[in-house]
Design a protein around this ligand. Structure first.
Ligand code: FEO
Length: 395
């Protein structure tokens, strides 16, 4: 059973349902795919290998299609080891293969895997003929690393976009967009986008704009679905996420040791709901892995953060999320802040420091509650903060 994208162009990717943490920090409840493509022509080209754990399966899939023929070119669109990890396996299997990358590809690649004997450096727009098929290369710097690029096959009009237009989620039999329910993949695509490409959203947008000048019949990324029937669906979403378009909704994230700051979050959430907002997500930062929370922060307009104190500073489990918000800089947000204090304050103080440092658009007065939210004035302030943010989000 060979999976064809077009005549003599095959899918040779693998599914990973075993790895628990992508990049060793993002959970993968639905797995992930490492997509690779094989073009069989007068010359044979492989486009982007796979994660090294799968190299034996990967090589065997390729050999099943090409038999005793050799791979002539290995196109490395991106050096990150989830793709390039099997470069060594390909070189061992077909030692004469020419590795194709751009001017920024080979220094990191050789730092990972040692010297590469046969290299071909391609520039923007350059072509490489395989016989009946012609590859054309387009640089996509910082989408996701400096050397990232995309490869366009001129005959079939397929763009091999690597990380761009990718998503989490193993491919469960359906490889193409028209073989699955897209809603199943959407949240995992947004989580992938926000946490991996979000920091370089502007570069992702530039890549989208660049490839949209080409005639494209299929988008074949290196993770997730291959797009042949719903190209506009994925382009629209990637464009909206890259432009930081914010939906009507509020994310409330709290860090709480004994549940008191969690109680505050519930009061704030009630205020948001009474303002008429229907999409409200409340997360305990100790319970839900950060990439899920950040994915919702990316998509919604309202972000309310609450944290208890810890030795005069903030509850430790909030620190990673604050770092990600500070580094990735999601835009078009309104923020609200609250904190809990016991023998020391510090939770709210740290949130305010982050707000100042990152120029967050803070709505309302940040609220610090001593102990539990049992005093009427504290309950009132928390509730009003929710209403205020809810009203702005609605407007
Ligand atoms: Fe899928 Fe940036 O590697």
């Amino acid at each position: 059973m060979n999976i064809k994208l077009a005549e003599n162009i095959y899918y040779v990717g693998v599914n990973d349902r075993r790895t628990e943490l992508f990049e060793n920090h993002m959970e993968l409840p639905n797995g992930v795919s490492y997509n690779s493509y094989l073009i069989v022509d007068e010359h044979i080209a492989l486009i982007d290998p796979v994660e090294p754990e799968f190299m034996a399966q990967y090589i065997s899939q390729i050999k099943r299609i090409i038999g005793d023929r050799k791979v002539d070119y290995l196109i490395v669109n991106h050096d990150e080891p989830d793709h390039s990890g099997s470069v060594g396996a390909v070189l061992r299997e077909w030692p004469e293969v020419t590795v194709v990358g751009n001017a920024k590809t080979f220094a990191p690649l050789e730092n990972f895997y040692g010297p590469i004997a046969n290299k071909k450096i391609v520039a923007e727009g350059e072509t490489l003929s395989l016989g009946g098929h012609t590859l054309q290369f387009f640089m996509a710097p910082m989408c996701h690393w400096p050397e990232s690029m995309a490869t366009y096959e001129q005959t079939s009009k397929i763009i091999f976009s690597n990380d761009a237009f990718g998503g989490f989620g193993a491919l469960n039999g359906g490889i193409f967009d028209d073989e699955v329910n897209l809603e199943y993949y959407e949240a995992d695509m947004r989580r992938y986008y926000a946490n991996i490409v979000g920091k370089v959203a502007m570069m992702a947008l530039k890549t989208i704009q660049k490839v949209s000048t080409l005639e494209i019949k299929m988008i074949a990324p290196s993770h997730g679905l291959i797009w042949r029937s719903n190209l506009q669906w994925v382009i629209d979403r990637y464009t909206a996420w890259s432009k930081h378009e914010a939906k009507e909704g509020v994310v409330i994230v709290y860090g709480s040791m004994y549940g008191n700051t969690g109680r505050m979050a519930d009061i704030v959430a009630r205020g948001v709901a009474e303002a008429g907002v229907k999409e409200i997500k409340v997360y305990d930062v100790s319970k839900t892995e950060e990439s899920f929370i950040f994915s919702d922060i990316w998509q919604y307009k309202g972000v309310i953060l609450g944290a208890c104190s810890h030795y005069g500073s903030i509850f430790p489990n909030m620190v990673g999320l604050l770092h990600e918000i500070g580094e990735y800089k999601p835009q078009n947000k309104v923020f609200g802040l609250f904190g809990g204090a016991s023998w020391s304050g510090g939770g709210l103080k740290t949130l305010k420091e982050n707000a100042e440092k990152n120029n967050w658009n803070i709505v309302g007065e940040p609220i610090e509650v001593k102990g539990a939210p049992i005093r009427e004035e504290d309950v009132e302030k928390l509730y009003k903060l929710g209403v205020e943010i809810g009203n702005i989000v609605k407007s």
